[in-house]
Structure formats: C-alpha cells, structure tokens
Write a new protein. Structure first.
Length: 460
C-alpha cells in the first residue's frame, strides 16, 4: 500500500531544545486547506491540580541537584539562586488574548501546589518577572532556534539585546534572582503561548536545566508534558523551602534535601530507585537534535534515531531515554516503513507503560497507531486506540493532541457509517483545535490530513 504523506505530518513532538534555558513547543506543518463548516469557539481546560509525584525521594533528590546545578549545555552552576521574597509578574508587548487567563491559572497553581508567593505586578511598578511578547521573526533574528526563552537581569527584549552584548545575561554570575525576563512569541497558537508560560515561568523562578531522563516533568526537552506536573510542583516547592536559600552550594543543598523531601513528600520515602540516573552523554543529545530537528533529510533523521537507540542500549538505560530513542526511530520511519515504525512505537510504549508519568507518552503512541489503523482501514482499532488515549490527553491538557485524536475518531465513525457520532466527534475537535493549532488554516490543514488517511483506508 502507498504510504499516505499525511502520516508524516501528525507527530506532535518537534526538535530538541535550543541552548538553555528555552522551551520548544510543537508547531505543526500546514497541509492543503479543507473546506468545511464554520469552526467552533476556542475551547479551554478546566482548572485542576496535578497528581502527586510517584517516584522515590532518593531519585527526586538526584534529579533536583542536576536540575539546579547544571545548565542544558552541561555547564555547572556554582550556587542555588532564587527570588527571596514575593514574586511579581507583568506582561508587555503585543500580549495575546489567551495569555491573561492562562497566566492567572498557572500562577494560581504555583500558589496552591508549590506554596510560592507569586502575584501580578502592580501597574507602574517594576516586576520581578516581565513576559515580553515579540513577533517570532524578531526573536529568530537574534536567537534563531528559540521558541521562547528566559534571561536574567532584563525586563524586555530591547534590554536583552543590550545586556547580551555586555555579558550580563550569564546565569552562572547570578547569586540571587531579582529581575528576570521571559521573551515569548506574540504570533503563535494559544497552546504554544500557554506551554511557554508554564515552562519558562517555572525556569524563571526555579531550575534552569532540562533532563531527558525525567518521565513526569516539563523540565525535559522531549516536550511530551505541556503543563506543570506534580513532580514539577514538588521541585518548585523544594526550591523555595525555608531550609534553602540563594548562594548555597550543591553540597550544602544535598545535605539538606533528604529531610526536606521526607517532610514534603513522605510517600516517596522508601520507594525503590528507578535505576540509572546518570546524565545523558553529549553524543546522545546531539543525535536527539538531529533525529527530531527540523533540518536534514528523512534518511539523516533515521540514522540519527538509530544512533540514539544504539547509545541508549550501550548505556544500559531502561528509562525514558531508551523509550524516547525508540519513539524517535518510529517517528523517522513513518514516511517510509509503517511496520518498522509500528514496532518502534510499540516498544517505546511498552517501556512508558511501566513508568510513572508514562501515560502521556503512551497516548502519543496511541495517536500514531490510530493514524496507521485509519490509513489501513482498521477503523474499529482506530476507535479503540483513541478511546484509551483521550482521557489521558484531557488530563494532560494537550489540546493539539486531543483535537487530533477526536478528528481520527470522527473519520473512523464516518467510515463505519455512524454519521451522528462522526459529527459529534468532529464538532468536539474543532474548539480544541483552535486552541492547539491557532489559525483556522492550521485547523483545516489538520482536518485535511486526517481525512486523507481515512480516504486511503476506505480505498485500501
């Protein structure tokens, strides 16, 4: 069977993160527009607290130290830094309409779940953190690979231009945080704005590093989690615990962590360790960037994914990094070898299903497998896979993935002659798609891609 080109457009994970500390969030490739009904109003998720971290305190302590005292480049940070006192936040530039409620929601969660005194800045006052929204083109001229980023000692993109050349934006020279700027695109989807708010605000107030080994965190450049998790809130609560303060060294923090974690996370005491918690070698990270980045041919990405898997096996990893290596290999094979891609995705899912926080990653695999089933005319299987994934994705608040799953459901129902169910799923998908993908053109492009898969399945 000829492989539908639309399959290659459905993966919702993009390139590895840019130089630390920045977030990369999915933006999907447009496809030919599809004519259809007027799009539904933009949807949003109801407030909810994240489930508590479900790993051992010994592992969390090691994760905390590596998040706090290393940059994504591997460079060491000499001391812990944080805001000492209330944190105020302001937004400037061309602020998207959805940014206001999404910022309010994440600050409310930080107060309730992490115990952080964070609030909107008083108009006219200098904020602790200023979020400056700028056109993506202007950002890329200065920082080509960044979706959004956070820097010390500035309150605007204009200040960053000057401070950068003067060497004032080096996190290693910071001993206490007073002023931090977050630079974000003003012309992107509501979901990307929200995702950047979560990750960059968390890094502005907390750890600056990302770790690929973490299965349950936004502090991970694989970008499966799009909003702050229970683990993230625990890390931030520890970061601002009264037993710690700015200027403490790694050894000083390490000495106090066991008592802090025992007090804040008693359920993590005595849990078995997950195993290998060593840092990923640079050669593996380089392979990640080549395998899932926007540059290079399909062959280049496949070879890079094969390197990822080879290194992961050689390291003896049995954690998120091994699963992500299989996922990257499956992703690289989607356009050329569906059986091989299916095997790789299934192996990734097997690992993720036994890991805390792995449900969201498994749901991404279910979406891929459902797309394959739709393209091959296995419509009941496509429905079963979306049935399993949708509740997980709703809890994870990933509107783009939720919309995609609902669109697959709509096409599978239509192919089975269930027109009422197809209409219901299609209408449900559209509001989420507007939040997840942004423009009407992007929404209709995703509809067109998935309709093309269903057409292939009907004719196969």
């Amino acid at each position: 069977m000829r492989i539908p080109m639309a399959l290659a457009a459905l993966t919702l994970i993009v390139s590895a993160c840019s130089p630390a500390p920045v977030a990369q969030v999915a933006m999907n490739r447009p496809a030919p527009s599809m004519q259809g009904a007027t799009l539904a109003p933009l949807q949003g998720f109801a407030p909810q607290a994240a489930p508590a971290a479900a790993r051992s305190n010994a592992d969390i302590a090691r994760d905390f130290l590596d998040l706090e005292f290393l940059m994504e480049s591997g460079r060491a940070l000499p001391v812990l830094t944080r805001f000492e006192g209330p944190i105020t936040v302001a937004m400037t530039g061309v602020v998207p309409a959805t940014a206001h409620p999404d910022l309010s929601r994440v600050m409310a969660r930080l107060r309730a779940e992490a115990g952080i005194d964070i609030r909107p800045a008083t108009p006219g006052s200098r904020a602790s953190i200023t979020i400056d929204f700028q056109p993506r083109a202007a950002m890329r001229r200065l920082v080509p690979s960044a979706a959004c980023f956070v820097v010390p000692r500035v309150s605007s993109f204009a200040e960053y231009r000057t401070a950068r050349s003067a060497g004032l934006t080096d996190w290693a020279t910071v001993t206490q945080r007073d002023t931090v700027g977050i630079i974000m695109p003003s012309d992107t989807s509501p979901q990307e704005v929200r995702d950047c708010l979560h990750e960059e605000l968390a890094q502005a107030i907390g750890p600056l590093n990302d770790l690929y080994r973490l299965p349950d965190s936004v502090f991970n450049d694989d970008n499966f989690h799009t909003v702050l998790t229970g683990f993230d809130m625990l890390v931030l609560r520890v970061h601002y615990d009264p037993a710690l303060q700015s200027g403490m060294t790694r050894n000083e923090v390490a000495a106090r962590l066991p008592a802090i974690l025992a007090r804040l996370n008693p359920a993590g005491e005595g849990r078995p360790s997950a195993g290998n918690t060593q840092m990923a070698p640079r050669v593996w990270i380089d392979a990640v960037e080549a395998a899932i980045g926007p540059r290079g041919s399909d062959s280049t990405r496949r070879k890079a994914a094969e390197r990822m898997l080879s290194i992961a096996r050689a390291q003896g990893w049995q954690d998120n990094r091994l699963a992500f290596s299989y996922f990257a290999l499956g992703r690289a094979q989607v356009g050329s070898d569906i059986p091989a891609a299916t095997r790789a995705f299934t192996e990734a899912q097997r690992i993720w299903q036994r890991m805390p926080g792995g449900e969201v990653r498994s749901a991404h695999v279910d979406m891929q497998l459902a797309a394959f089933a739709l393209a091959e005319g296995r419509f009941p299987e496509a429905l079963a896979l979306t049935d399993r994934a949708i509740p997980v994705v709703r809890r994870a608040e990933n509107a783009a993935l939720l919309a995609t799953l609902l669109m697959i459901r709509a096409e599978a129902h239509a192919a089975l002659g269930r027109d009422d169910l197809a209409r219901e799923a299609r209408l449900d998908s559209l509001g989420w798609a507007r939040y997840g993908f942004g423009t009407d053109a992007m929404v209709r492009a995703r509809q067109s891609d998935i309709a093309g898969l269903a057409a292939s399945g009907r004719s196969g």
